[in-house]
Design a protein around this ligand. Structure first.
Ligand SMILES: Nc1ncnc2c1ncn2[C@@H]1O[C@H](COP(=O)(O)OP(=O)(O)O)[C@@H](O)[C@H]1O
Ligand SMILES: Nc1ccn([C@@H]2O[C@H](COP(=O)(O)OP(=O)(O)O)[C@@H](O)[C@H]2O)c(=O)n1
Length: 421
């Protein structure tokens, strides 16, 4: 038995499960050995009929690349193979306050008639793939029982196979915050590099990306000219402003991800967060190298940099309202120690209606994530709040609703104040 699965199972009763059913508040539960008291099942389980058949699958491969890839593919696989009426929801399991302990999977409800078909699919999955399957059944007293399918493993560990499902308190922060560091946000070149290197055999483009990376041996002296980063959601006016700043200041305009990564961007946008975010993280290091070279000659304007990489990654990893984000001051918002620090970071903000109007006027295709921003108000609020919480350097917010020239003048004032240009 793989060590990870063994460790995972040996902590079974200490784990908390989070079930995110559409249209109901997140439901936290844990399990305990049966016949231990009178605790009642959580209310949401009461919405199921006792003849419903429920199952959970948790992805527990010891290899994090495989885990990420497999989780990304699992939903399609389940939708393809399960009977049509099967409802799928997100489930995860974690150890409170333990970093990197979150394991993701799916929860599904099947009708009694479909359950033989469903169970065949799940047994085959458990046999072939790195998943742990449990089934759930309701009793006369409204108490639900969780049954672990992997009996061989539970026998080796001398753990019970059946547990009672009992309610538990929600943790202070969304559990996905436990896994952000080095899975969604990378805090060093080496951490991001390591992910792409390990992907080389399954994603040939990862090797091509690594070949474009600058050598990291040279120690650089402090740049002579200021480095100004412009950040903001799509259509807040970054392109317009950065072009004007370039002309006004005689600056060099750079962007992250850099041009050299464009051939592979669409490819990595399809990958699960671990791989996609590592790609964008490396983009910042390539841009940083270009900045170091050019900042010896001219001021530098950068269209998106580390703030974008971290803010979108954090806002995607966490679901729900802004209060689910890691608290301000959390280490997830820190600047990577080995990444060049700009002199000034400006965040352009715009009310949603004006942003929508500009997007429509521009009439361009958007990335899925940007489309998500449009119809998901909460996601947009999380991205903006994450932008504001990133430190070292923190961003200075500028209202981007006045005319393009007024925004330019405002930012020039900031640059002159901060960078002595
Ligand atoms: N200050 C402004 N006032 C009105 N429209 C603007 C302003 N800045 C940019 N725009 C327009 O809004 C749209 C989005 O601007 P753009 O610079 O492409 O944003 P981004 O690069 O942030 O996606 C463009 O059509 C642009 O002409
Ligand atoms: N430095 C960067 C830039 C973009 N990104 C990602 O790229 C997406 C936005 O890129 P985009 O090309 O749509 O942005 P615009 O430059 O068009 O405003 C975000 O969803 C981020 O996930 C990043 O992670 N790091």
């Amino acid at each position: 038995m793989a060590r990870r699965v063994k460790t995972f199972l040996s902590q079974w009763s200490s784990r908390i499960f989070l079930l995110e059913l559409d249209g109901t508040p997140p439901l936290y539960f844990r399990v305990q050995e049966q016949h231990r008291g009178e605790e009642k099942a959580p209310r949401v389980f009461a919405q199921f009929h006792k003849q419903d058949r429920c199952y959970s699958l948790l992805v527990c491969s010891p290899d994090r690349i495989r885990r990420a890839k497999f989780y990304g593919e699992l939903k399609d696989k389940l939708l393809r193979e399960l009977p049509a009426g099967c409802d799928l929801a997100a489930i995860s399991s974690f150890l409170p306050d333990v970093r990197d302990s979150l394991v993701r999977g799916y929860f599904l409800k099947s009708s009694t008639e479909d359950s033989p078909h469903t169970e065949r699919v799940l047994r085959e999955l458990e046999r072939r793939d790195p998943v742990l399957v449990c089934s759930y059944s309701g009793g006369e007293d409204g108490q639900w029982t969780q049954r672990l399918w992997s009996q061989a493993e539970s026998k080796t560990l001398q753990m019970p196979v059946e547990y009672s499902v009992v309610p538990t308190e929600a943790p202070p922060y969304h559990p996905s915050t436990l896994n952000i560091i080095n899975s969604d946000v990378f805090y060093s070149f080496d951490e991001a590099y390591d992910v792409l290197k390990k992907c080389g055999d399954i994603i040939p483009e990862a090797t091509s990306v690594l070949e474009t990376l600058p050598s990291r041996e040279k120690a650089r002296r402090k740049p002579d000219f200021p480095i100004v980063v412009i950040e903001g959601l799509d259509a807040t006016g970054k392109t317009t402003l950065t072009e004007s700043l370039k002309d006004t200041l005689g600056a060099t305009l750079l962007r992250s991800p850099p041009q050299s990564l464009s051939p592979w961007r669409a490819r990595f946008d399809q990958e699960p967060p671990l791989i996609r975010r590592a790609f964008y993280a490396l983009g910042n290091y390539i841009t940083a190298e270009q900045i170091s070279q050019e900042a010896m000659k001219t001021p530098i304007i950068v269209d998106r940099f580390w703030h974008s990489t971290a803010a979108y990654a954090i806002a995607t990893a966490v679901s729900g309202p802004v209060c689910n984000l890691p608290p301000a001051g959390s280490e997830v918002y820190r600047w990577p120690g080995d990444l060049l620090q700009p002199s000034l970071v400006v965040l352009l903000t715009l009310d949603p209606e004006e942003r929508e109007r500009r997007l429509r006027n521009r009439g361009q295709m958007k990335t899925d994530e940007e489309k998500e921003l449009d119809h998901n108000r909460l996601f947009r609020l999380r991205v903006e709040e994450a932008y504001r919480r990133i430190s070292g350097p923190a961003c200075v917010t500028v209202d981007a609703s006045p005319s393009a020239d007024q925004v330019l003048q405002q930012v020039l004032l900031l640059i002159r104040g901060k960078c002595h240009l």
